[in-house]
Every structure is written in structure tokens, then in C-alpha cells.
Design a protein around this ligand. Sequence first.
Ligand SMILES: Cc1cc2nc3c(=O)[nH]c(=O)nc-3n(C[C@H](O)[C@H](O)[C@H](O)COP(=O)(O)OP(=O)(O)OC[C@H]3O[C@@H](n4cnc5c(N)ncnc54)[C@H](O)[C@@H]3O)c2cc1C
Length: 474
Amino acid sequence: MHDAIIIGSGPNGLAAAIHLARQDLSVAVYEAEATVGGGTRTRELTLPGFKHDLCSAIHPMAKASPFLQSLPLEEYGLEWIHPEVPVAHPLDDQPAGALFHCLEQTVAHLEEDGETYRRSIGPLIHSWKQLLPDILAPFSLTPGHPFTMARFGLQALRSAEGFTRRFDTSKARALFAGLAGHGILPFDKPATAAIGLVLGVAAHTVGWPYPKRGSHEITKAMAGYLESLGGTIYTGHPVTSVEQLPASQTVFFNTTPKQILDIAGDTLPQDYARKLRRFNYGCGVYKMDWALSEPIPWSDELCHKAGTVHLGGTYGEIAASEQATARGQHPDRPYVLVAQQSLFDDSRAPSGKHTCWAYCHVPNGSEADMSEPILQQIERFAPGFRDCIIGQHSMNTVDLQAYNSNYIGGDINGGKQDLSQMFTRPAGLFDPYHIPNTQFYICSSSTPPGGGVHGMCGYHAARSALDRQFQKTL
Ligand SMILES: Cc1cc2nc3c(=O)[nH]c(=O)nc-3n(C[C@H](O)[C@H](O)[C@H](O)COP(=O)(O)OP(=O)(O)OC[C@H]3O[C@@H](n4cnc5c(N)ncnc54)[C@H](O)[C@@H]3O)c2cc1C
């Protein structure tokens, strides 16, 4: 008899397991795949010796996460790498934009828009430590720091389109479009400024780092720590029904609503099951990885110093790309997110060689081949890129879902992150982690605060169970 069984070993499943095991509860994790990790695995996808992050690559939210930062993951092998520049954004007819770790450097770099940027981001940087626990948490009528949260909310609830109007220069407008584009929503929707603000502030506080040797190091370290606390992990164990699980006081789903209905549908309250069936999934992604004979030949020097490069040109182009994707179209010039980990991490590729990671957004379930539009966007800002390619690997939304069943239709966030689902995902505002009248909990990114590698969904789900089931309020 376990205290808790967790289905799935993504960062949120492991976070839930760790928080429970830290309270001396007996915990077992069942993972479908051969290794732990969910969206954080690293593999030789192209050629021997080239290590590619299959899914997540850049981890400001892991570095910001109050829960992950409370764990001794460095003792279990995790090493963070901070590129000189967190993110660069090349433009056709002028020097690239960038966010630097230093706010003052960014203000100077943004020239006419520097002071506007400082006024928008500066106060949030100063209150970041207070804000984070409230932002990375379920909705609360009594946030820890109500005034700070209200000040953030006033800006964050705006659309990215409305927020960006404060900038006069195309450089600042394009930079913010690149940040807001991580939300995978059209920029005229309310609250699409939120993700841009959080990622912008993160660049000046925790940075946009990535783990040496690959994103898998995050969950390998979490698994090592969990086992040191007495937790057990069974890999290669896909769970198809709750009946196949050993006896346990609680079951945690590190899965999305669709799988919960498949695995436990008969045992769920009907009203709740109906809500899960209405859950909305968002756009998918098309993912590419390359083995390169040399670094990406960016035209703009600044891009050689950045871990992440946002491609798509101006605000207008990126906004149009996100709008088209949401309408079910495949843009000719998609917004492309690029990471170049091997520039600052020599464990990723054989000596002198490099890797490149990239993806663009596509309609949910798309089977289109987006490799040519992605390559064209990279060539646009790095002419000669194609000549550097010695190995290539692509995944459409079907491949992504086959790799990780949580990526329904290629949705990497466990559900659309629009205002209607931001706080209520997957089926309610208050304690969204507990399935009413059952001993079941949801701990995946389908719960608040949503997608990304931060483990906060798992942490809050574990807290909910400790409170309800184990009478431990922590
Ligand atoms: C291409 C791509 C790029 C991304 N880039 C970033 C990034 O740079 N930074 C970032 O922070 N985030 C990024 N993400 C998002 C991030 O990977 C996810 O938000 C995060 O992994 C979600 O964590 P999770 O624990 O909720 O679920 P997951 O990581 O998806 O883990 C779920 C686990 O459950 C297992 N599972 C599912 N069903 C079953 C079952 N029935 N039985 C047993 N096991 C099961 C799966 O195999 C999987 O291991 C990216 C994702 C993708 C795909």
C-alpha cells in the first residue's frame, strides 16, 4: 500500500513525488517511457556524439521556480550554463535587438525606448521575489503580496498588442513580440502580455540558462533525489487503467485531461468528466534539430553571444504568424525559436561541431512539413546555414504526441493557456488539482501555473493532497 502513485515522470510528476516523499510518505512513479523526464529528455537524434534536447531547452522558469530551487539538484549532477546574452532578436534592416542580464545595458541598447522599458519592467524586477510564488500558483483570493500582484496584473492582463503600443521603435516592439510569442496565442487576446513580462523579467533576474549536457539533467537529478528520499520509479510502465495500479491512498496524474478520461473515466464524477471533455488544447509545434559542421553563421554579431534567438523579424510579422496559426493556417514566414546550446556547452557536440534546436507553432494536429519555412527563416538571418548542416531531425505534431502522449495534437503546454483556462485549468478555479469525490489529483501542466519546466504544478498538487488526504498543511 503506497501513500501515493504518480502516473508520469515529467518535471511535475517528479515534483509531486518529491514533495510527498519529503513528508515521509511512500511514493511510486510509473513512467510509460524507458527513461524518466517527459519534456526534458536529451538524445543523439542526428549523428553520434550530437546531443539534442527533444523538447525543452532553455529554462528561465526552472531557475526561477521556488520549488526546484529548494531542491539540492546540483548534488545530483545539475549544472547551469548562462550564455552571455539571454536572448537576441535579429532584424532585416537594422542591428539585432537583445535582452541582456543587466537592466541598464538593456535600457541603453533600446535607445529611445530604453526608459519606457525600464518603467515597464523595472518595478517588476524589484518585486520579483515577492511576485513569483503568487504568479507560479493557482488563483487565490488572498495572494501573498496583493499590491505587488495587482500592479503586475494590471500590465499582465493586457493583450501583447496593447502592451507593445508603448514602444516607438521597431526593435523594442519586435523584442516584446518574441517574448509574448512563447504563449502560442494571437497577440490581440487578453493576458497575452503576461508571458512576455515574466520572461522579460526573468532575463534580468535568474537569466535564461540551460543545463550542461542537456535538459534531461534536470529530471535525472530530480529522480536521483527522489530515490534518495525512498521513492521508487518504474520506467517502461504505461498505465492504461487505474485498476492495474497497486493499492494506494492517492493517485496523481502527470497527464492531460484526455488521458485521465482514458485511464480513469469510469470512476470520475460525471459532471467533472464532462468538464474534462470540454478542455481546450492549443496550437501544436513543429520541432527541428541539426548537427552542424560549425556555429550558425549569423549576420549579426550579437546573435553569436545568445543562447536563444527569436526569428521572425518585426512585431507585425510575428503577430501575423501567431494569428495565422490560431486560425488553422501554416504561415510561410513562421515565428521560429532557436537555441544554440553547443556554443556555450562543449558536451553537446564533438569538438568544433555544433547543434541547433528550433521549433515553430502550427495548428493543433498539423501534419504539415514546416522544415522549409523554418530553414528559410534561419537562412534569412544566417546566410549559409544550410551549408553547415551535417545531420537533421524533424518532428511534426503526430511524432511529438507519439513521443510523449501529453502532447495532444502537438500542444506542448498541456492545454491552451488563454484567459479562459489560465486560472481554471483543467476544470475549476479553487483547488484545481483535486478531482472531487475521488482520491485522484492532477499534477501536470494542465493545471496552474501551466506549461514550462518549473515543477510548480506538481508541488501545488502535492500540497493539495497533503492538506486533504494526509492532514498535513505545509
Ligand atoms: C519542442 C518543445 C520545446 C519546449 N521548450 C521548452 C523550453 O525551452 N523551456 C521550458 O520550460 N519548457 C519547454 N517546453 C515545455 C515543457 O517541456 C513542458 O511544459 C513540461 O515538460 C511539462 O511537464 P509535465 O511534468 O507536466 O509533463 P511532461 O513533461 O509532458 O511529462 C509527462 C510524463 O508522463 C508520461 N506519461 C503520460 N501518460 C502516461 C501513462 N499513461 N502512463 C505512464 N506514463 C505516462 C509521459 O511519458 C511523460 O514522461 C517545450 C516542449 C516541447 C515539446
